[in-house]
Design a protein around this ligand. Structure first.
Ligand code: ATP
Ligand code: MG
Length: 419
């Protein structure tokens, strides 16, 4: 027997309705925020992620599924959705469309990580990306969309943390200050952080090692180093969130895992699912489109991890809808009545009514047992009497009541019963 690869998960027939529920909430949010779906390939040229996500990130440095294909091209399974979305935007000339170009996606993503609760090697993201607007109003809209997605799923135990990591100008000064702070602490941080100190000091704040986290606590804050434009942008965003009554906390330690962010970054975090507490993260990436060869285009987005959301919903008891049940089970007794059941079932299905019939040549008794197991809301038994009279008793399983209905009116009856 060949097992599932480490860090991946099956979605079972009894569980998939939960996925559909979360995905339909995502699609509904996308609809009301006027976001159009995009789909990009599961794999891209490795170069896209090296340049788009950043050489010095954990994702590119340690976590990518990269391989040579038979044509000797370096290919990588997408570790996140933004780089592909940006490539799509550039390659298809979407910058010629009126701004902003508002997109969303639901996608699998692949990272070679140590699997643990909330951390998988294949996981799924609902993400949105808005291209073309530099304004803090757009930042707010992206945050509102994330928040309304979580609200729609009735997830309460999350809080919004925001930060600004400035632009190239303020970041330079801040990196200097960070290095000055870390220099005397270098013996106390992990090896990766010693590399980060040289290659990308901002990443020092993103380390998940306990010792490094402690040292990061007292590090200088980026918010004290913002240039006037970045400061004004950040203040305007806070004003909008405040006037919309969306509670938030400024957390100057948020830098996000990926390299491309500028100005606004944010996370929705929770304490309810252990260490992997970020269910949704996003931010502005004004330099990325140009960096990947497109026209200078500001952009902002977020991605929410669906598995983490699911863990969170289970742990805080956020309600999932009831699993779907079939409307009616139609039992037959012999060749002739089974044929009639089949014919009725097809007629009902054509009219959008879900139903089931016998596939296993079961006795009537075990058909009824099976119908009960399926949770059928109604059951009808077609016997020779029903064939000759053209009338059948439909039993409502919730209260045992029956109604006598003409065979050709079953659909009408069920629809009247609001199924
Ligand atoms: P973390 O700090 O937890 O490693 P990240 O900064 O690497 O997260 P992003 O790249 O911002 O995460 O991805 C957005 C969201 O995708 C995360 O907030 C999380 O919900 C989800 N996510 C990221 N990596 C994984 C993973 N390996 N397994 C499951 N979900 C993940
Ligand atoms: Mg990560």
């Amino acid at each position: 027997m060949i097992n599932i690869p480490k860090g991946t998960k099956d979605v079972l027939p009894t569980q998939s309705y939960k996925w559909q529920y979360i995905e339909s909430a995502a699609r509904e949010v996308a609809r009301v925020y006027n976001l159009s779906e995009i789909r990009t390939p599961v794999f891209e040229h490795t170069e896209l992620f090296r340049r788009g996500v950043g050489e010095t990130t954990d994702v590119v440095g340690k976590e990518m599924y990269t391989f040579l294909d038979k044509g000797n091209r370096s290919i990588t399974l997408k570790p996140e959705g933004t780089a592909g979305a940006v490539r799509l935007f550039i390659e298809n000339g979407l910058s010629s469309q009126p701004s902003p170009v508002k997109t969303f996606y639901i996608t699998p993503a692949f990272r070679y990580e140590r699997p643990q609760s909330g951390r998988l090697r294949e996981f799924h993201q609902f993400g949105i990306e808005i291209f073309g607007s530099p304004s803090p109003e757009t930042d707010a809209e992206v945050i509102f969309a994330a928040s309304s997605f979580l609200n729609k799923l009735k997830i309460k135990d999350v809080s919004l943390e925001i930060n600004s990591i400035g632009c190239r100008i303020c970041r330079n000064q801040y990196n200097q200050a960070l290095k000055d702070y870390y220099r005397p602490h270098l013996d106390g941080v992990c090896e990766t952080c010693r590399t980060r100190f040289e290659t990308n000091p901002l990443r020092l704040l993103d380390c998940k090692e306990e010792d490094c986290k402690k040292i990061a606590q007292a590090a200088p804050k980026i918010t004290d180093y913002l240039c006037p434009d970045c400061r004004a942008h950040f203040e305007r965003l806070q004003d909008i969130l405040t006037s919309a009554n969306l509670p938030f906390k400024v957390n100057p330690r948020i830098v996000r895992g990926l390299d491309y962010y500028t100005r606004t970054v944010f996370e929705f975090v929770t304490d309810s699912i252990g260490a992997q507490g970020t269910v949704c993260g996003g931010g502005r990436y004004d330099g990325l489109v140009a960096q990947l060869g497109g026209p200078d285009t500001p952009a902002i987005g977020f991605a929410a991890g669906i598995e983490r959301l699911m863990l969170l919903m289970d742990s805080v008891g956020a309600p999932f809808p009831d699993p779907p049940k079939i409307s009616i089970y139609i039992a037959g007794m012999d060749d002739l009545t089974r044929l009639k059941s089949l014919e009725i079932a097809e007629q009902l299905r054509k009219n959008g009514v879900s139903c089931e019939i016998d596939h296993m040549n079961r006795s009537l008794k075990s058909q009824l047992k099976y119908a009960d197991k399926l949770g059928a809301k109604y059951v009808a038994v077609i016997g020779s009497d029903e064939l000759s009279s053209g009338i059948v008793n439909i039993k409502k399983m919730s209260d045992g009541s029956t109604a006598s209905v003409k065979l050709q009116d079953i659909c009408k009856y069920l629809k009247e019963e609001q199924l």
